[in-house]
Each structure stands twice: as structure tokens, then as C-alpha cells.
Design a protein around this ligand. Structure first.
Ligand code: ASP
Length: 325
């Protein structure tokens, strides 16, 4: 009898210890996910969809914090300075790789100040205009911009944003300047395009597709080497007359440098589980973005991709001679 009681007590004690230890396991509270652009834009949409699916496996809320400004670098700097405890994460796109070339005095290092977790998705950008812009195809789009040199307003999300990069390469390719208007993200820029206050923009399909489909804006070309499934009638920029014009906008997930490896491993697993979910895949695909394969949703793949994109874009941007400071 006595032995039985001791055994039961021991069992209760072990269970209690296990529960306490379990309760201490990451994550025990909501996680903040920094998005370096305004809400309703493509980075915000990518992050909100991901957060919803990652929170299933992490069993915790993931709260989006939009810290916008200067092409994503304010949010990135804040993420770099955050506590490396797994409770602050960061989503950024191709701009994380182009920032060092645009900002020679950047306060953070995109590689050294972050722990890569994995790539999220890839997508095209689209050249779009307000609905009543006087061009019916890409040829007329370019002709109108050339004929109205410096007068056509083109929105972007600040120096170093993907829309800025696209606009910059576009102006270089057609050898004509536009009137650039900067926003805290292309979500707010889209509102001005829809209301006709802005003429044109080059932005991710994640933002433009619903409005192209409903006829509220016009699409002229996509920036990927191949046409995309949801916009089959929209030619590639290369087909439409800008040879080799190619930008693919990829998003990725990071943590501040020094975040413990077991936490990074757990986040990588949660990222991979989210990206394997068919509903998430469909939600991205509906917006023209493709969830990456499992082998790309890893710290190693992201580290290698980020470095190769820094190496690829640095010389192109430096040659264009556009510096933010
Ligand atoms: N699409 C934007 C860019 O041009 C950013 C955003 O609002 O997501 O980089």
C-alpha cells in the first residue's frame, strides 16, 4: 500500500515537472512579426497569410507590426535591434538584398545582423496604370511615358523597395524619366492608383491581381521570364519590348542575430508546415505568388539566396548611381 502511494506521488511529481518544463517551452506568448512596409501591401499580405498558418503549428498568435519607411530599412533596422529571443521575427523581400547598394551607410548588415529562417514565396511584378490611362498595351504605355517625359507619376514604396527597383530599371531601359512619388508601402500607393491620383506603378501581383481582374486598373507586362498562370494575357516585359527585363520578388523570414538554434529550428519547421498547407498555397497562387518548395524554406537556402542576390543586384544598382545617402 505504502509503495503504491509513493509511486502515485512520484508519478504526480514527474507529471507536474513535465508540465512546468513544457510550459516553459517556446513560444509561451505572442510573437511579433515586423513587416517593413505599410499594411495592405504585398509584403503585408504575404506576412499575414504566413502568420496565420505558422501560428497553427506554433500554437501562439503572431501579431503583425508594420514599421514602414525608407524602402523597408527602418523596419529592418528595428528587427536587427530586437531581442534575439524568438518573439520578434521579420519578413522582407528582395529589398533586403538590394538595401546595401542603395544605402551605403546602412545601420545594419542584412547578413550579419539576422538569423535566416527560410524563403517564403516568389512572385512577379506587374506594370499597371490607373484605369483611364491612355495606353492599351505596353508599346503605347512606353510611348506615352516617353512623349510626356517627367510628367507621368509613378508610385513606389521608397528608395530600395521592389517597386523602386523596377521603376529605376524601367526608366533606364526606356531612357526616360518619370515623376516618382514615394509611399510608405504599395498598399497606400494602390489606393491612389485606384482613385486616379497616380498614373502608373510596377508592383507585385499580390497587390495588383484583384484590381486587374476587376478592371479597376490596367496591366501591361509582368517582370518574370515567363507569363504567369493567373494573368495569362499579360505579356512578359521581355516579350513586350524590354529585352531581358527580369525581376522576381521573393520574400523571406528572419530572426535577429543570436536567436538560439533550437528556436530557429522550431520556426523553420513551422515555416515548412505552413508552406506545405494546400490552402496557403492556393491563397498565394490566387495572388500570383508561389510558395517555395521545402528545400528552399531553410536557413541554408535563404543564406545562399540572400548572398547571391546581394552579389547580383549590387553592381547593377551601383552602376545606376542611385544612392539614398
Ligand atoms: N511592394 C512594395 C515594394 O515595392 C512593398 C510593400 O508595400 O509590400 O517593395
Amino acid at each position: 500500500m505504502f509503495q503504491k502511494i509513493v509511486k502515485s506521488l512520484a508519478y504526480i511529481l514527474v507529471s507536474l515537472l513535465a508540465t512546468t518544463a513544457g510550459a516553459k517551452q517556446y513560444p509561451t506568448k505572442a510573437i511579433t512579426l515586423i513587416v517593413p512596409f505599410a499594411s495592405t501591401g504585398p509584403s503585408d499580405t504575404t506576412a499575414r497569410i504566413l502568420a496565420q498558418f505558422m501560428s497553427f503549428s506554433l500554437k501562439q498568435k503572431i501579431v503583425i507590426e508594420n514599421i514602414s519607411g525608407t524602402g523597408g530599412t527602418i523596419g529592418a533596422a528595428r528587427a536587427a535591434q530586437s531581442a534575439p529571443d524568438g518573439y520578434t521575427l521579420f519578413v522582407h523581400h528582395i529589398g533586403h538584398a538590394t538595401a546595401p547598394a542603395f544605402y551605403p551607410e546602412l545601420s545594419y548588415d542584412p547578413i550579419k545582423d539576422f538569423e535566416p529562417i527560410g524563403l517564403i514565396n516568389d512572385g512577379a511584378q506587374t506594370f499597371v496604370s490607373r484605369a483611364d490611362f491612355p495606353a492599351k498595351d505596353f508599346e503605347e504605355f512606353v510611348a506615352y511615358i516617353k512623349a510626356n517625359k517627367g510628367k507621368v507619376s509613378m508610385a513606389n514604396a521608397g528608395t530600395g523597395s521592389a517597386s523602386h527597383l523596377c521603376g529605376l530599371l524601367f526608366q533606364e531601359a526606356i531612357q526616360t524619366e518619370v515623376a516618382t512619388v514615394q509611399f510608405s508601402g504599395t498598399g497606400p500607393a494602390m489606393r491612389d492608383l485606384l482613385s486616379g491620383r497616380i498614373d502608373v506603378m510596377c508592383d507585385q501581383t499580390t497587390n495588383t491581381t484583384p484590381h486587374i481582374k476587376s478592371g479597376k486598373i490596367k496591366a501591361y507586362a509582368v517582370t518574370t521570364p515567363k507569363r504567369i498562370g493567373i494573368l495569362p494575357d499579360v505579356p512578359t516585359a521581355d516579350e513586350a519590348g524590354l529585352p531581358n527585363f527580369e525581376i522576381s520578388v521573393w520574400h523571406a523570414l528572419y530572426a535577429p542575430k543570436g536567436t538560439p538554434k533550437p528556436i530557429i529550428d522550431q520556426l523553420t519547421k513551422a515555416l515548412q508546415a505552413a508552406l506545405q498547407n494546400n490552402i496557403l498555397k492556393l491563397r498565394y497562387a490566387d495572388l500570383g505568388a508561389e510558395a517555395v518548395s521545402q528545400d528552399r524554406a531553410t536557413p541554408e537556402a535563404l543564406r545562399a539566396h540572400l548572398q547571391s542576390e546581394i552579389d547580383r543586384w549590387g553592381p547593377i544598382i551601383r552602376k545606376a548611381g542611385v544612392y539614398a545617402n
